[in-house]
Design a binder for this molecule. Structure first.
Ligand code: FE
Length: 332
């Protein structure tokens, strides 16, 4: 497998080798093992270009019909809906994908498909917070949490998606008031990654962090230091009595001008297979989208939860307003 920017352009033309070119926002090493497995099964080589959030969308747009990309993989649904809006994807029909992936986790027109799920949860300090004190995202604006909440910047897609879900449920005005209330309770100005927020809770900089579930899985199975962080903290699934916990997907679609469309479909179908779904669950501690595939042991220990049933395309629709809402609320 060729990583990085070198390796495209001409490689395919020089050899008769079957290949598929992937533009991926995902930054998890275990994906590479899955791609290798795909190559082993099909003989199709996977070339990966990793890139930032909107960078890959911009690149696809610039490249137009000259783009070597066959598959776009993102780490959140909003980028997939945006890619669709920008005309960067094409609809595909696949019984395999339709059967494996529940309707709410794929585009109704078949332009993108969710491959993994992640919940955006509240992680709390076991020493300083009792789970009974927690209930909903909305309740995090209560003055009792003043100076105690940690989360990353609103420029981050995961937070934009959470804000978008607030907009979709309550309207923009209420979502802005919520964001403002949350900012008032921040322990520090937003900085760092999801994992850094949990580390800061363990270090006593704050008491609650808003983070994606799999980062807790990664910490709990990481270095001694990270394991100690995971020991001091616990996962809480918010909104169990109301709308359900906000979930997002990582997923992919076939690009509009895919030179290897058939291989692209094959790759997506492989990633939705039991074997790959299990690989995601074990490798990154994400939730498989395919029903019936087991989660990792660490993840199972958190218990089951009710997820928000808001269709992800709905989040995509209002997601464009999330950043401005955050800006107005002073969420850096
Ligand atoms: Fe992530």
């Amino acid at each position: 497998m060729v990583l990085g920017l070198i390796g495209f352009g001409g490689l395919g033309a020089l050899s008769a080798e079957e290949e598929v070119n992937v533009y991926s926002h995902r930054h998890y090493e275990s994906d590479e093992a899955l791609f290798e497995e795909f190559t082993k099964e099909t003989g199709i080589k996977v070339n990966v270009v990793k890139g930032g959030d909107d960078g890959l969308l911009e690149r696809l747009k610039q490249e137009g019909d000259k783009s070597p990309a066959d598959v776009l993989i993102t780490a959140d649904a909003m980028r997939l809906t945006r890619a669709k809006e920008m005309g960067l994807l094409q609809p595909i029909e696949s019984e395999v994908l339709e059967e494996a992936i529940p309707a709410k986790f794929r585009d109704p027109e078949g332009e993108w498909y969710g491959l993994t799920k992640r919940a955006r949860v509240i992680v709390y300090s076991k020493d300083r917070v009792k789970p009974e004190e927690l209930s909903t995202y909305e309740e995090l604006t209560d003055p009792k949490w003043k100076g105690r909440i940690l989360t990353r910047s609103s420029s981050n897609a995961y937070n934009q998606s959470l804000i978008a879900s607030q907009i979709a449920h309550h309207g923009e005005e209420k979502a802005e008031a919520w964001a403002k209330g949350l900012v008032e309770n921040f322990a520090r100005p937003p900085q760092g990654s999801d994992r850094d927020q949990v580390r800061a809770v363990a270090a006593g900089e704050g008491d609650l962090a808003i983070v994606n579930t799999y980062y807790m899985g990664i910490l709990a199975n990481g270095s001694d230091e990270d394991r100690a962080v995971a020991e001091k903290t616990a996962v809480f699934f918010p909104n169990q009595e109301s709308t359900g916990t906000h979930v997002n997907i990582s997923g992919g679609g076939v690009t509009r001008h895919a030179p290897h469309k058939e291989n692209a479909v094959k790759l997506l179908e492989f990633l939705a297979s039991d074997k790959a779904q299990k690989g995601f669950a074990e490798g990154t501690y994400e939730y498989p989208v395919k029903p019936g595939v087991d989660v990792a042991e660490t993840v199972a220990a958190w218990g089951e939860f009710k997820e928000d049933d808001l269709p992800l395309e709905k989040i995509g629709e209002v997601g464009g307003n999330a950043l401005q809402t955050a800006d107005r609320a002073g969420w850096k």
